[in-house]
Design a protein around this ligand. Structure first.
Ligand SMILES: C[S@@+](CC[C@H](N)C(=O)[O-])C[C@H]1O[C@@H](n2cnc3c(N)ncnc32)[C@H](O)[C@@H]1O
Length: 221
């Protein structure tokens, strides 16, 4: 049984997942948000790091990366493919991110590439204050949301950009980028898959940390 609900299906066909993930060029995948990436050396948190390709690309650009991945087969594969002295690998998951938060670090960029739509509504509501609390002053949160047919065996929700923007604004984040685009993977483009790319910037760090702590205290177990 899958430990983290959103990861359902990711322990199947791992070789094909790596092949697809590794064959996407960083500049194409992140084109909509390259202008809001921090200059190196910055601290990057890559949540749902998958094959580790983005983590490796950020590390090779001169950043330090905390790469978080809850699917054991993907985490093991990512370490095998992309071990790098500037990457720390961690088994943790949204919405609680308990192991990440326990480290007491903040980040200049928090990336959720193709991850947010794996969380249900309650998980998304619980996750956003934690993401906000992990941002350094002026730090940037980037999320991409997949729309269209759900691949067989995956747990995925239809998430509106408006809901995500409202959650981010309630967590003291202001919007920097809101774009929609067709999939850059030919098979997905043919199948009608589109993406929303969102970027937000942190405002007052003290308020955001307080909000996450209050939210955790009020959340039912
Ligand atoms: C489509 S893949 C994206 C991988 C990588 N970010 C990329 O852009 O290539 C989705 C990833 O989200 C991870 N994931 C699913 N649910 C998650 C959760 N609750 N917390 C963290 N990661 C999760 C999966 O294990 C998988 O690695």
């Amino acid at each position: 049984m899958t430990r983290v609900a959103g990861t359902q299906g990711y322990d199947q066909d791992v070789a094909a997942f790596f092949e697809r993930s590794e064959n996407v060029a960083f500049a194409d995948k992140h084109a909509a948000v390259l202008s809001v990436h921090p200059a190196p050396p910055a601290r990057i948190l890559d949540i749902g790091a998958g094959s580790g390709r983005d983590a490796a690309d950020f590390a090779n650009l001169g950043h330090t990366v905390l790469a978080v991945e809850p699917t054991p087969a993907l985490l093991a594969g990512a370490i095998a493919h992309h071990d790098h002295p500037a990457i720390t690998w961690l088994d943790d998951s949204l919405p609680d991110l308990s192991a990440v938060l326990a480290r007491g670090e903040t980040f200049d960029l928090v990336l959720l590439s193709a991850v947010w739509m794996h969380l249900d509504e309650d998980e998304r509501r619980r996750a956003m204050p934690n993401l906000s609390a992990l941002l350094a002053e002026r730090g940037v949160l980037i999320l991409s949301l997949r729309h269209g047919p759900v691949p067989p065996g995956r747990r995925m929700f239809a998430v509106a950009a408006t809901e995500t923007i409202a959650l981010a604004q309630a967590a003291d984040l202001r919007i920097l980028v809101h774009e929609t685009q067709d999939s850059i993977q030919p098979a997905n483009r043919l199948a009608g898959v589109t993406w929303t790319i969102l970027a937000f910037q942190a405002e007052n760090a003290a308020d955001r940390t307080r909000q996450a702590a209050t939210f955790t205290a009020l959340s039912p177990l």
